[in-house]
Every structure is written in structure tokens, then in C-alpha cells.
Ligand binder design. Structure first.
Ligand code: 5RP
Length: 224
């Protein structure tokens, strides 16, 4: 299977997994990125089974609307049955690095609201320890230099993602060579730097389930 075929396979597996959980009033959280885009395409085929979706980015909202799936503001939603999204890396504890597509803040907010977080990935995203992929950090523009200096104190290399403005009007710093042996602790520590909106570690709210596409199958990975 090619990488795209794996992404399609996990998107279909996610549809199969969530369908029994849906009713006419269900709201689904939808992530951002190339794997999430395969999921969005598949979601159109079951749009009669649920009420609508909350999008984790403007791009995802546009894609959902183009397929006739109603998009709701998160503030108008009381309950979200499930959030489905990709990741840049996941570890054996189902902690994630996200934000390759610069949508990490809205992704983290939508994931926080959802009853369940289903992460869909191909097997290139599986790692023993997070950190091979640079950690994205969303930063208020005027704090960029200060936050970069503070991140350097973690013995890591901050790299300004040139030319990228998030849907929230902020900038992204990608942090290379971080020691992420304590994902929860580091998530909190970086979020405590003044000027940081949030970082792409999803450890406080990790995935509940990972559907991973391999060359021959889709594996279901949980902590139990
Ligand atoms: C966007 C994300 C994506 O989920 C992550 O970058 C994975 O993307 P892809 O499915 O294209 O590999 O966090 O902010």
C-alpha cells in the first residue's frame, strides 16, 4: 500500500468505528491535514446519520461545507461524541505531536471537548519516544523572539516557521531536538511561557484510540 492508500484505509476504518456511536443529534469533531481530508471525504457518505461537525480549521470547515456537512461553532455545541484527527507522531502511551499543519490550537480545543479522540495515522507516525518531529508551538506574534529565547533554555533549537499565520492570527515556532521523556510535564512547561498560545504536545489530552495503517492492514491501538 502507498502512504495515501494507508490514509484512505484508516479513514474508512474510522468511519466504521464511529458509525455505531452516531445518532441524528450527534456532533463530530473533525481534524486537519491530509489524513483528516481522507476522513472528510468518507464522512460525506454517512452525513445522513449525524447532525453536523465542528471543524478544527478554516480549511476543514470549507471542505465539510463543500460536501454538504453542516458546520457548527464550538460555542453552540454542548456535547461532541468523537473527534477524529491525524498526528505527526504518536508514542506507546498514545501521546501525540500535532501541528504540522499549524492547526494545533483549535485541534487541542476540539479534542478537549470530545468524549473520545480517535487518531488516524499511517505507520510512519509511530515512534518509541516523541521528538523526532519538531514540536510546533503557536505564539502571539509580538512574543516570538522572547518565546524563542525561553525555548532555547530547554536545550532545544526553535525555528520560526516563515510565512505561516495560523487561523488565529498567530505564528508558529517549531522546536527541534527536544527531550520529550516527560510529555505531560513538557506540555505544561511550554504552555507556561508567556506568549505561548499552546504547543503541539497532546499528552494531557492524548488519543483514546489510534487507527494505524500499515502495508497490509489497519491496526487498532489502545492503552488497554
Ligand atoms: C495539523 C495536524 C495534522 O493532524 C498533522 O500534521 C498530520 O497531518 P497529515 O495527516 O497530513 O500527516 O496536526 O495541524
Amino acid at each position: 500500500m502507498t502512504q495515501d492508500e494507508m490514509k484512505l484505509a484508516v479513514a474508512k476504518a474510522a468511519i466504521e468505528y464511529i458509525t455505531p456511536k452516531l445518532d441524528k443529534e450527534s456532533i463530530i469533531g473533525v481534524g486537519t491535514g491530509s489524513t483528516a481530508n481522507f476522513f472528510i471525504q468518507q464522512l460525506a457518505s454517512i452525513k445522513h446519520l449525524f447532525e453536523g461537525a465542528v471543524a478544527s480549521s478554516d480549511d476543514t470547515a470549507n471542505r465539510l461545507q463543500a460536501l454538504g456537512i453542516p458546520v457548527y461553532e464550538l460555542n453552540d455545541v454542548n456535547e461532541m461524541v468523537v473527534y477524529v484527527d491525524g498526528a505527526d507522531e504518536f508514542d506507546p502511551q498514545l501521546n501525540l505531536i500535532k501541528g504540522g499543519g499549524a492547526a494545533l490550537t483549535r485541534e487541542k480545543i476540539v479534542a478537549a471537548v470530545a468524549n473520545e479522540f480517535v487518531c488516524i495515522v499511517d505507520d510512519s507516525k509511530q515512534v518509541a519516544v516523541l521528538g523526532g518531529y519538531p514540536l510546533p508551538v503557536e505564539v502571539i506574534p509580538m512574543a516570538r523572539s522572547y518565546v524563542a529565547r525561553e525555548l532555547t533554555k530547554l536545550n532545544a533549537q526553535p525555528v520560526y516557521r516563515q510565512g505561516v499565520i495560523t487561523d488565529n492570527g498567530n505564528v508558529i515556532i517549531d522546536v527541534e531536538n527536544l527531550d520529550i521523556s516527560d510529555a505531560k510535564g513538557l506540555e505544561e512547561k511550554i504552555n507556561n511561557i508567556v506568549g505561548v498560545v499552546t504547543n503541539g504536545l497532546f499528552a494531557q489530552r492524548n488519543a483514546d484510540l489510534v487507527l494505524m495503517g500499515t502495508a497490509s492492514s489497519v491496526q487498532t491501538i489502545t492503552l488497554n
